[in-house]
Design a protein around this ligand. Structure first.
Ligand SMILES: Cc1cc2nc3c(=O)[nH]c(=O)nc-3n(C[C@H](O)[C@H](O)[C@H](O)COP(=O)(O)OP(=O)(O)OC[C@H]3O[C@@H](n4cnc5c(N)ncnc54)[C@H](O)[C@@H]3O)c2cc1C
Ligand code: SF4
Length: 331
């Protein structure tokens, strides 16, 4: 680990100022990802800005019926919050499918959004990697790419986003609140994470001086019909190979609203509104779910070791939608 100085921010504006003054400074929240990256010398900030004293640890009601989750609320506190368990159980399930109890006690909402890819080459500083050092190449393209993307990748990077929480938030259409030296702004979830394109080193649309202050959940929580299916190598403490967040609103035996997001397949949680359109207004059947999966996975390509995801993903989508619809049938 390289040497660094530590600043303790007293307010959000102070944290944003620190970031604006020093492009090599990094915010530290729970530290469960950043400290690992620093130990591996993948990240070498010369200044850490500790935001743990900022008043961003509350879950609050929003005027329109939604909920605001402070950026420093831990993953455990989000997952077990009574309002979230009751009104947004999809989010609760997704978070509890990730990491371990110890990690969830430390990991924060803001940090989870910004955790970096788990691509092995990205972590191994002895190998080239366009995300770590732009222009050096992408060994995953022809190397061992079992955990890599089948959708939205570019010739420069085929990494996936590893978060479970983000897949549920994408399906729920959460909105991320941020504040920088230029003031506050809101970023719809679909616009927050980026596809790699020509600049795989940039993971999100957050500006360098911006601090995440909260994540807002809209009033509609899909609490009756939802499923989070996570397929992984071990039954716990493993990142998703493929994950699916499915949320349905049923009305008179038909699907009034549908949301579908995939994890483990792209550089960001993968959502295709047309796939949700296939479901809307229809009676839920396995055949319908298969058609939605086909649309959601249009353009998917394997790179060798990850070809299995091309078969795994549609099955996981059908399973998640079937589970979500069946909940409606029995409740
Ligand atoms: C062994 C292991 C297994 C794991 N398994 C899973 C899993 O299965 N599923 C899953 O989803 N996750 C998993 N995780 C990842 C874990 O969820 C993340 O490490 C965690 O969510 C990061 O949160 P943090 O608060 O510790 O972030 P930090 O490490 O503190 O920060 C991460 C990044 O976010 C930035 N940052 C943090 N807060 C803010 C803010 N408010 N504004 C701006 N920037 C900010 C930091 O500068 C840093 O770049 C695992 C982690 C480990 C170590
Ligand atoms: S997939 Fe992306 S993160 Fe992995 S080696 Fe290639 S450029 Fe680096």
């Amino acid at each position: 680990m390289n040497t660094f100085s530590l600043a303790r921010a007293a307010d959000v504006a102070g944290a944003a100022d620190e970031l604006a003054r020093n492009p090599a400074a990094r915010i530290i929240a729970g530290g469960t990802n950043l400290v690992d990256l620093m130990k591996e010398k993948v990240s070498r900030p010369d200044r850490l800005v500790d935001i743990n004293r900022l008043p961003l640890k509350r879950v609050e009601a929003l005027p329109g019926g939604g909920l605001r989750i402070g950026a420093l609320v831990t993953n455990a506190d989000v997952a077990y919050h009574p309002e979230i368990e009751a009104r947004y159980p999809l989010l609760s399930r997704a978070i509890l499918a990730g990491a371990s109890p110890q990690l969830r006690n430390m990991a924060t909402t803001g940090g989870n959004l910004l955790q970096r890819t788990r691509c092995y080459y990205f972590y191994d500083t002895a190998t080239p990697c366009n995300k770590r050092e732009p222009g050096t190449g992408c060994p995953a393209m022809t190397g061992y790419n079992r955990i890599h993307a089948i959708l939205g990748a570019s010739e420069h990077c085929i990494a996936t986003h590893p978060s479970d929480m983000c897949v549920a938030m994408a399906a729920l259409e959460a909105v991320i609140q941020v504040e920088g030296t230029g003031g506050p702004r809101s970023i719809p979830f679909a616009e927050f994470h980026r596809l790699p394109g020509d600049t795989p080193e940039v993971d999100t649309t957050l500006k360098p001086d911006e601090v995440i202050t909260s994540v807002d959940l809209p009033a509609l929580g899909f609490a009756k019909n939802y499923a989070y299916v996570k397929v992984r190598d071990r039954s716990s403490y493993a990142f998703a190979l493929v994950s699916v967040a499915a949320a349905l609103e049923l009305d008179g035996g038909r699907i009034a609203q549908a949301r579908l997001a995939l994890g483990g397949v792209a550089h960001k949680p993968w959502r295709v509104p047309e796939a949700e359109g296939v479901l809307r207004g229809e009676v839920p059947t396995e055949d319908l779910f298969r058609r939605a999966a086909e649309v959601l996975l249009q353009g998917a390509v394997g790179r060798g070791h990850n070809d299995f995801k091309l078969k795994l993903a549609p099955r996981a989508i059908v399973r998640a939608l079937s589970q979500a619809a069946a909940m409606g049938a029995t409740s």
